[in-house]
Ligand binder design. Structure first.
Ligand code: SDX
Length: 386
């Protein structure tokens, strides 16, 4: 009789990886610690580290950036789909994560390397997806806003970095240095996190020797869930619900009453807790600090949002010993920057595509089918005509 692993495979080592280490003590991408990367690297450098496997020198970085810029524009078939998805988004039968998932799938149908899992083809596809996913998000947002697409022929402005170009494609306005920095660091923080649910899903799919676009499509579906990447949207929705319930002033008694009702209702508070981190998510304070700085520039309404979030954090910590994960400050920071809530998790995808692709390439390079077993707890053997 086999004994079942802990529910949700908690604490089970399901394989090894050279890409990332997620520990209570540190988060490390290929040997570099996350605070070091957040302080000193750009997202393009981190993307190169994850996809190519090493920190780029100046020449390699220039070439890598030029490759991404050259691949930003979308094929007409994807643009046509995005226009067709407008009514589905308005109707609410599709949300941006679903439309992004389908857009990636169509990119796979059009990619000349789609059926080739060789290291060279996989790296080419990874770069093309890293370049094009922000364009899908940007064009989708202008369609939702009922505006024309921004620079559809080029996929944006070649003079803008990856993060700035994403904001430009979404709004048509060139972002300031502060907003670009916050988004760029958030993309670094979101890029990779070892065998999280969506990455593990991409490895299970790749391990059948299925292709990169299929594995990424599955990973997007996994990331959408509010227990995973969807938590950044759900966390902001929760804070908006608290704001609606308590009014514009952060009255401590009203906040406490709201939290105690949530505890009594056994609500999962979005943006809190983590399967691995039990003493706090290394990424959360980094993004909280950056987002709060933008809030202080934007004014009292946004500072008030961060102060509400800090009070919620304090109560969760004091009464439940549960800390915020990266999604909690992300929601507040993106809201303060005016990013529409339904695009928060798609932006997570624009970053995590680099981690997923790195794991897909690692899996294809040294593969064995991933197939655990189950402990059967169904009815005992019986006769169909018995
Ligand atoms: C991400 O894995 C990764 O690395 C993911 C990620 C990445 O970069 O890829 O870090 C990104 O997905 C972060 C997590 C985002 N999700 C959320 O914020 C959703 C809310 N969080 C919870 O649903 C929960 O904390 C999980 C799902 C994240 C982790 O849950 P576990 O490990 O399965 O823990 P659990 O649900 O069994 O909780 C243990 C206890 C329970 O209490 P009891 O039932 O035992 O009394 O803690 C409680 C839970 O009720 N608890 C919470 C809570 N999280 C845990 N109670 C209220 N609110 C919460 N958020």
């Amino acid at each position: 009789m086999t004994t079942a692993a802990t529910k949700g495979l908690e604490g089970i080592i399901a394989g090894d990886t050279q890409i990332c280490s997620v520990e209570q003590g540190a988060l490390i991408y290929r040997g570099y610690e996350i605070h070091d990367l957040a302080d000193h690297a750009t997202f393009e450098e981190v993307a190169h580290l994850l996809l190519v496997g090493h920190k780029p020198d100046a020449k390699e970085l220039r070439f890598f950036k030029d490759e991404l810029i050259a691949n930003r524009a979308l094929p007409t078939q994807v643009i046509d789909y995005l226009h067709g998805a407008g009514p589905m988004l308005k109707e609410g039968t599709a949300v941006p994560m679903d439309v992004l998932r389908t857009g990636v799938s169509i990119l796979g149908n059009l990619d000349k390397d789609s059926q080739d899992n060789s290291p060279g083809a996989n790296l080419r596809k990874a770069k093309r997806l890293t370049a094009k996913i922000p364009t899908i998000i940007g064009h989708m947002q202008t369609i939702i806003d009922g505006k024309g697409l921004i620079a559809p022929n080029t996929g944006g402005d070649a003079n803008l970095c990856h993060a700035a170009n994403l904001l430009y494609l979404m709004t048509g306005a060139k972002p300031n240095a502060e907003y670009t920095k916050v988004l760029d660091v958030s993309l670094i923080l979101y890029a990779e996190h070892d065998y999280n649910a969506s990455t593990f899903a991409s490895r299970v799919i790749s391990a059948t020797l299925s292709d990169m676009h299929g594995a990424v499509t599955g990973a997007i579906a996994a990331l959408k869930g509010p227990l995973h990447g969807g938590a950044n949207e759900a966390a902001m929705d929760m804070l908006s619900e608290i704001r609606r319930d308590i009014g514009p002033v952060n009255d401590r008694a009203k906040i406490e009453a709201w939290m105690h009702k949530a505890f009594a209702d056994k609500r999962k508070l979005m943006g809190f807790g983590h399967r691995v981190y039990k003493n706090g998510d290394h990424r959360a304070p980094i993004l909280h600090g950056l987002g709060r700085r933008v809030a202080e520039q934007r004014g009292p309404e946004f500072v008030g949002l961060f102060e509400l979030g800090e009070r919620v954090q304090q109560i969760m910590n004091d009464e439940k010993n549960i800390k915020p994960n990266v999604d909690f400050p992300c929601g507040m920071a993106y809201f303060t920057m005016g990013i529409p809530v339904p695009q928060y998790t798609p932006i997570f995808v624009a970053s995590r595509i680099t981690g997923w692709a790195a794991h897909i390439m690692e899996q294809h390079a040294n593969n064995r089918l991933i197939r655990p077993i189950a402990s059967y707890t169904g009815p005992a053997l019986r006769e169909w005509n018995g």
